[in-house]
Design a protein around this ligand. Structure first.
Ligand SMILES: Cc1cc2nc3c(=O)[nH]c(=O)nc-3n(C[C@H](O)[C@H](O)[C@H](O)COP(=O)(O)OP(=O)(O)OC[C@H]3O[C@@H](n4cnc5c(N)ncnc54)[C@H](O)[C@@H]3O)c2cc1C
Ligand SMILES: NC(=O)c1ccc[n+]([C@@H]2O[C@H](COP(=O)([O-])OP(=O)(O)OC[C@H]3O[C@@H](n4cnc5c(N)ncnc54)[C@H](O)[C@@H]3O)[C@@H](O)[C@H]2O)c1
Length: 499
């Protein structure tokens, strides 16, 4: 693929003049998963929808985030899996490596070479929405101005609702010289077709750790800089420790509790980083992965009484902006900060679609937990998989969240070393994993689970169902995992609870 800055994110079709009307039941700003999920629902209920998109149709996930990053990681996972099994590994030449060029080519196929016309535009059209390219901005109650790249503009009117789904943008910390050094953001890291000989990654959250895993497998000499005392600081420290040890064993240098104080891009295009410790680092490329903020500046929120300070938009249970009366303005996905994942955006689309239909029929929504108009899972059952080696899969409460909430006296933790005959069959060199359940002391209900190990991504949904369903440990003991599957790690955790 050509370099990032040559990718055309403004394809010509779907201009303002193609719109057949300027009044729709629902106007969606941003074409991420929320809008694409709600569209078929509201269309089925007889409503019309327009989706406004300023760049590639589909949002971050298919072009710059989940999909390309997971494709970049998968070649290594597949190679590791084959090398881990006697009878397969003997067929490889000595010390085989991931083929970066072939991996990039596979990634290019998944992103359709950053052409949204192949899959995403047809998906929106099949769902029944009209599509228009341009930047959307709220200009009054249920009114959205669309400005196209060639300078045209038009005001569209919504009969029922406006749904915001403009996603998030990377935060570039205010470090002297950093912005001027033009570092990679996740966009460049996920779309690159070159392997920097030396790569420094600033930030050791999900993006930093996944990209360290991918690029070290391509042969980059990788350094990961974490401002915190352990990597993956949103998760429990044991998960971060196990991923860190594995990355270090792969040759990744990890600097903990470290601050970068200055960055310089040299004439030969290398970057030099100065650290608060007095040390300095040289690299051929620098990836900044220090978090994201909602993309909300300039979309007309200030005029509606919503802060544009980079904080997520406060919403009620049906994901309506709290600051706006009348139940017509919804904020979904990364914008509301409740569940900043692609599955979060899909969940929001389902809830918002249901809420729009209900309100159009005059229903008053009371935020009843677990009804079809309330995003209840955002409060207690957000799942996430970090696709490192080992994988970390977590849902609901963690030890960290319990400590932060000051509710240590209301829960107990059950931790265990995880292994199963299934993981041994799949991997002669399988390392033991780690698991933790957070249990409500009063009811014995499962409030959260974290698993670290091979294949735990596919075990996570059982824990999500247990948390959402309010499953007790006693009842869980009757959910018998099939033999031999990795789900048998549940047995180890139940044994730890004497059940
Ligand atoms: C490298 C990386 C890897 C990730 N991996 C995963 C993963 O494996 N699993 C996971 O669940 N999550 C992952 N995420 C997070 C996930 O990508 C986001 O949570 C998700 O894309 C957010 O979806 P959204 O619907 O809020 O916004 P988006 O999907 O980003 O969609 C927003 C859209 O709105 C458009 N837009 C913005 N402003 C305007 C405007 N004014 N007018 C019109 N259009 C506008 C944008 O161009 C964009 O297309 C990853 C993120 C990154 C950065
Ligand atoms: N597999 C997945 O589900 C997946 C994968 C990638 C990203 N995501 C999502 O994308 C979003 C962004 O991920 P992210 O990893 O960029 O953000 P993050 O907020 O999870 O992690 C950023 C990290 O950078 C650190 N940091 C901040 N400033 C720093 C500095 N100056 N120096 C060093 N470290 C610094 C923070 O302490 C934090 O640990 C998150 O919502 C994440 O959930 C999800």
């Amino acid at each position: 693929m050509p370099p990032y800055n040559t990718i055309n994110v403004h394809p010509p079709h779907h201009s303002l003049s193609d719109l057949t009307t300027d009044t729709f039941d629902v106007i969606v700003i941003g074409s991420g998963w929320a809008g694409r999920t709600l569209t078929p629902r509201v269309v089925k209920a007889g409503m019309s929808v327009v989706i406004i998109e300023s760049e590639l149709v589909g949002g971050d996930c298919p072009f710059w985030a989940c999909v390309p990053s997971k494709v970049l990681l998968e070649s290594r996972t597949a190679l590791d899996a084959s090398l881990a099994v006697g009878g397969a590994r003997e067929n490889f030449k000595q010390d085989p490596k991931v083929d970066a060029k072939a991996t990039f080519a596979r990634r290019d196929a998944f992103t359709a070479n950053w052409d949204d016309g192949k899959v995403l535009v047809p998906m929106v059209q099949a769902a029944g929405a009209q599509l228009v390219r341009g930047t959307g901005k709220l200009v009054g109650e249920k009114r959205v101005e669309v400005s196209s790249i060639d300078g045209d503009s038009k005001v569209l009117v919504a009969r029922q609702a406006v749904v915001l789904g403009t996603g998030s943008e990377p935060i570039i910390p205010d470090i002297p010289g950093l912005a001027e050094a033009k570092p990679w953001t996740p966009r460049q890291a996920t779309s690159s077709s070159t392997v920097p000989e030396r790569l420094v990654i600033l930030g050791a959250g999900a993006v930093g750790c996944e990209m360290a895993t991918a690029y070290s497998s391509f042969g980059s000499k990788t350094t990961l800089i974490s401002s915190t005392a352990e990597i993956l600081p949103r998760l429990d420290d044991e998960a971060g420790r196990l991923v860190r040890q594995s990355l270090e064993a792969e040759g990744v240098d990890i600097l903990l509790s470290s601050q970068v104080t200055g960055v310089v891009r040299r004439a030969n295009s290398s970057v030099k980083l100065s650290l608060a410790s007095g040390k300095s680092l040289e690299a051929d490329e620098l990836l900044v992965a220090t978090g994201r903020r909602p993309r909300i500046v300039g979309i007309g929120l200030k005029e509606l009484g919503i802060q544009e300070d980079g904080a997520p938009i406060p919403v009620d249970e049906s994901l309506c902006a709290k600051a706006v009366k009348g139940g017509w303005l919804y904020a979904t996905g990364d914008m509301n900060g409740r569940n900043t994942t692609t599955h979060g955006s899909k969940y929001h689309g389902r809830i918002v679609g249901n809420a729009i239909i209900a309100r159009a029929h005059g229903l008053k929504l009371d935020g009843v937990p677990f009804d079809k108009y309330s995003a209840t899972a955002d409060q207690n059952a957000v799942p996430q998989v970090v696709f490192t080696t080992p994988t970390v899969a977590s849902v609901g409460q963690t030890r960290k969240a319990v400590l932060k909430a000051g509710s240590l006296d209301r829960v107990r933790f059950m931790t265990a070393t995880l292994n199963s005959i299934a993981s041994r069959i799949k991997n002669d060199r399988a390392q033991d994993g780690w698991g933790q359940l957070v249990i409500d002391l009063g009811t014995n209900r499962i409030l959260g689970a974290t698993f670290v190990g091979d294949d735990v991504s596919e075990v996570l949904h059982s824990a999500t169902v247990a948390v959402v369903g309010g499953m007790t440990l006693e009842r869980m003991a009757h959910a018998v995992p099939s033999f031999p599957t990795v789900s048998e790690i549940w047995l180890t955790l139940l044994d730890a609870a004497d059940l």
